[in-house]
Each structure stands twice: as structure tokens, then as C-alpha cells.
Design a protein around this ligand. Structure first.
Ligand code: SIN
Length: 475
């Protein structure tokens, strides 16, 4: 139960600060709790503590680090119902999805508990008989992780489990809309025996003062960020001054191509899962559904019927499929995109309006043109724009005609087409007949304006390891 005792456990994981701010639930606007409002002074103090902690944590054996990560993983799973409820209350995701996210988030901790033990180097051949050449991999240092509100647990663990496994220490700045989930993770980390200063959480209403300190300090060696492309570009530029390593997971604008040879029911099912999970507030949710002309009418009939039947409501009710948007800014963006589309001639097949509060009706819209706002920017809401294409070449050209390159999807029964199209798509992630490909052991990340670096799988830990060449003379 989310009672006073539970919130007190979270307090233990907070950085001390004289100021506090309210966390309000998008369900009905009630105040869930207050959290520390950290600024520049708190960031400096946290960095001093992190730097000291790094000297100790990096010296623990990979087996010791792995053991603590495993204990943390077990505690996260043990707290699944509580963490799911907390996440739903603070950011509005349907509680069944929140429970799924707790398991998804825990899977990164489990994966990197195992990867910690597989960090390895190389020995090269030398042209000299009296030399030995080695490359070893060592933790990079203090990591600054800026995490988004849309996956308040999984985006923290996907970033910091590999960092901690590698021997780095982390300061996390969670989004102001959902700081409590990050604090819960930090509390469980401590309860699992993790050193408190190896994983610190700095909550803030205005992230700029604290971020400025951490971005400009040379002791922070890695910046890992998930958020908008606009902010990512600013962080990229600012990090150059101290030559930080960067992993940037930025905006997406995912196309979903449905070919005439697709199994239509399966394609609609997967478009629904891809588009409407987390109410469409997902970087890898499709923003542009392209359907081959000959099946467009049948596809739209089925999609519209299923979207109209989605259960919108209180996300704490396990039967709810779409909850509220996260905040007023989210509603304003969805509303503006829809208004722009309708003014420019789009047709709404279902939905198309705000229901009440932060609850937006799941929407299907056609008659979309490439210059509409929703074709150029992420809508980040439950809106499915459907367009048509004539040939495979057209589909590829339309899909690739975007500066973003995070995720793309296609549905076809033709194996040769599946390979041809997936290899031609300029995206970091491709789902062939799969609308929800994300998983802990696979690489997650984009190309073009969708970012640099990879999270997940064995790739994810590389972002936190430096390579050191050691040459040994034996004369
Ligand atoms: C995201 O929206 O950034 C994360 C989605 C995922 O992990 O599938």
C-alpha cells in the first residue's frame, strides 16, 4: 500500500534540500507527495560524494557488484505491485502496463548483473619478442543520467544498471513529473546493500541550475539522456566543453508500414499495441501508419473499431487501457496537432477531442499531408494518423523522409520483402511483424536526429567503459 511508511522509505533516498515541490497526479490533480527541490548547491555536494564513492565502488570486484545488482533486482520484483501503483499515480500509465514496466525495468538490472562479470579485455600480438600488448576496459567515472517521465522505472534502470555494473557511480535527475519512482529505486538499492553515494537521485522542479553544475564539471565523465531532440542537441554542445562521453536517446517519429500481403488482424493488433501503449507517450510509438492502397479501407475499418472500443479512464482500474496524458503541456501539444490537421483538411474517424481533465480520446485520423505538424513532430498522445502508399519504393521513401531514425515497423508475409525493407529503413530499431520489440538484451537507440549510443544488451555497458592500452616491455 502507498502509505506514509512507504513514502518515508523514499525520503531516506533523497538528497538533503531546504526546498520542496509537489508531485501531482494526472489522474485527478491530487498531491501525491512532495520531494526535494535540488539546485546548484545540492548538485555540487552530490558530485563530491559521488566522486568519493567512485574511488571505492570501482575497486569492488565485478562479482561483488553483480551480487548487489542481483539483490536489487530481487527487491524490485518483490515490490512490483507497490512500484506499479506509485508509477500509475504519479504519471498516469494504466496499472497493468506499469506492472509490466516494473518487470521490464528489473530485467535490465538482472541482465547487467550478469554482464558485470563479462567485462573483458584483449591481448594483441606484438612484432617484438620482448613486448606484450593489452587492452583493458575500466569504468569511466561519475555518470549524470537525465531520465524521462514516460518510463520512470525502466529508463532509470536501462541507464544506470550498466553504469553500476561497469563500476561507475551515478547521479540521476528524474523528470519533475515522476520523481518518486526513481526515489523508490534508490531506496531499494540501499536496502539491497548498494552504497548510497554510488546511486544518488537529485529531484528538481527546474533542472537547469543543478544540470548546469554537473554538465560543466569535468568530474562527470558520462552524460546519458532520454528526452527531446532539441534538449539533446543543447546537451551535446554543452558537454563538448568537458569532453564527456554521451548516450542520447532522443525523439522519434516511427513509421509503421502495412503491406497488402499482411495478415490484417495481426497487423491491426500490433499497430494498436505499438501506438496506444502508455497512451502513445512512447518514443518508439508509431506516429505515421502507412497502409498499401488496396487494403486501406479494410485496415481502417478494423483499426477504427478497435480504437473506438479502447477503455479510457482511471489508470488504477486494471481494466483501463488508456489513462490520462501526463500534464497540461501534453494535452496542449496533442490538441494543437489535431487542430492543425483538421484545419488543413484531415478527417477524424474516431476520437479527436479531449474528454475531460487530461484524458484525450483515442483517435484515428486520415487525409494527412506531409506538411502537417503531426507529420513533422512527435504528437506523444493517443492519435493514429493513417496514410496510404502505392509501391514498396514509395513506402520506403515516405518512411525514410524524416530527420528522425529511432524505430520503424513493417508488416508483411513476404520474407524477401521483410529483409529488403528492413535493411532499407534508416532507423536504429526495426520491428518486422512486431510492434513492441524493446527488450533488455537487445540494443535500443537511434540514428540521425534520434540520438547516439545504445542502451540495452552487451552494447549498453560499453558506454560506461574506457579502453586503456597497456604495453609491457620485458627487456
Ligand atoms: C521510450 O519511450 O523511450 C522507451 C520505450 C521502450 O523502451 O520501449
Amino acid at each position: 500500500m502507498l502509505d506514509a511508511m512507504f513514502f518515508n522509505r523514499l525520503r531516506a533516498a533523497e538528497a538533503p534540500s531546504a526546498r520542496r515541490f509537489e508531485v501531482r497526479s494526472p489522474i485527478d490533480g491530487h498531491v501525491v507527495d512532495t520531494v526535494a527541490d535540488s539546485g546548484a548547491a545540492e548538485a555540487s555536494a552530490a558530485l563530491d560524494r559521488a566522486s568519493a564513492a567512485f574511488r571505492v565502488w570501482r575497486m569492488r570486484t565485478a562479482y561483488e557488484r553483480s551480487g548487489i545488482l542481483k539483490a536489487w533486482h530481487a527487491l524490485i520484483l518483490e515490490h512490483e505491485p507497490l512500484l506499479a501503483e506509485l508509477m500509475t499515480v504519479e504519471m498516469g500509465k494504466p496499472v497493468t502496463e506499469s506492472a509490466g514496466e516494473v518487470r521490464y525495468g528489473a530485467a535490465f538490472v538482472e541482465w547487467y548483473a550478469e554482464e558485470a562479470k563479462r567485462i573483458a579485455g584483449e591481448t594483441m600480438q606484438s612484432q617484438f619478442p620482448d613486448k606484450r600488448l593489452h587492452a583493458i576496459r575500466q569504468p569511466s567515472g561519475v555518470v549524470f543520467a537525465i531520465t524521462p517521465w514516460n518510463f520512470p522505472i525502466a529508463m532509470v534502470t536501462r541507464k544506470i544498471a550498466p553504469a553500476l555494473a561497469a563500476g561507475c557511480v551515478v547521479i540521476v535527475k528524474p523528470a519533475e513529473q515522476s520523481p518518486l519512482s526513481a526515489l523508490a529505486l534508490a531506496a531499494l538499492w540501499r536496502e539491497a546493500g548498494g552504497p548510497p553515494d554510488a546511486f544518488q537521485v537529485l529531484t528538481a522542479l527546474d533542472p537547469k541550475p543543478l544540470s548546469g553544475v554537473l554538465l560543466d564539471d569535468f568530474r562527470v565523465r558520462v552524460l546519458t539522456f532520454t528526452g527531446s531532440t532539441q534538449v539533446g542537441v543543447e546537451l551535446y554542445a554543452r558537454s563538448a566543453r568537458t569532453m564527456k562521453r554521451l548516450a542520447l536517446e532522443l525523439g522519434g517519429h516511427a513509421p509503421f508500414l502495412v503491406f497488402a500481403d499482411a495478415d490484417l488482424d495481426a497487423a491491426v493488433r500490433e499497430v494498436m499495441a505499438c501506438k496506444f501503449r502508455n497512451g502513445g507517450q512512447t518514443c518508439v510509438s508509431t506516429n505515421r501508419i502507412y497502409v498499401q492502397e488496396s487494403i486501406a479501407t479494410a485496415f481502417l475499418e478494423r483499426l477504427t473499431a478497435q480504437v473506438a472500443a479502447l477503455r479510457v479512464g482511471n489508470p488504477l482500474d486494471p481494466s483501463t487501457q488508456v489513462g490520462p496524458l501526463v500534464d497540461q503541456a501534453g494535452v496542449a501539444k496533442v490538441t494543437a496537432h489535431m487542430r492543425d490537421a483538421v484545419v488543413h483538411g484531415a478527417t477524424v474517424l474516431t476520437g479527436g477531442d479531449l474528454r475531460s481533465g487530461l484524458y484525450y480520446q483515442p483517435t484515428v485520423v486520415t487525409g494527412i499531408r506531409p506538411d502537417m505538424r503531426m507529420m513533422r513532430e512527435e504528437t506523444f498522445g493517443p492519435v493514429a494518423p493513417v496514410l496510404t502508399f502505392a509501391t514498396e519504393d514509395d513506402a520506403l521513401r515516405m518512411a525514410n523522409g524524416s530527420p528522425y531514425g529511432l524505430a520503424a515497423y513493417l508488416w508483411t508475409s513476404d520474407l524477401r520483402r521483410a529483409y529488403r525493407v528492413s535493411e532499407g529503413l534508416e532507423f536504429g530499431i526495426v520491428g518486422i511483424n512486431d510492434g513492441v520489440p524493446s527488450t533488455a538484451q537487445a540494443p535500443f537507440g537511434g540514428v540521425k536526429m534520434s540520438g547516439i549510443g545504445r542502451e540495452g544488451g552487451h552494447w549498453g555497458i560499453d558506454e560506461f567503459l574506457d579502453i586503456k592500452y597497456i604495453s609491457v616491455g620485458l627487456t
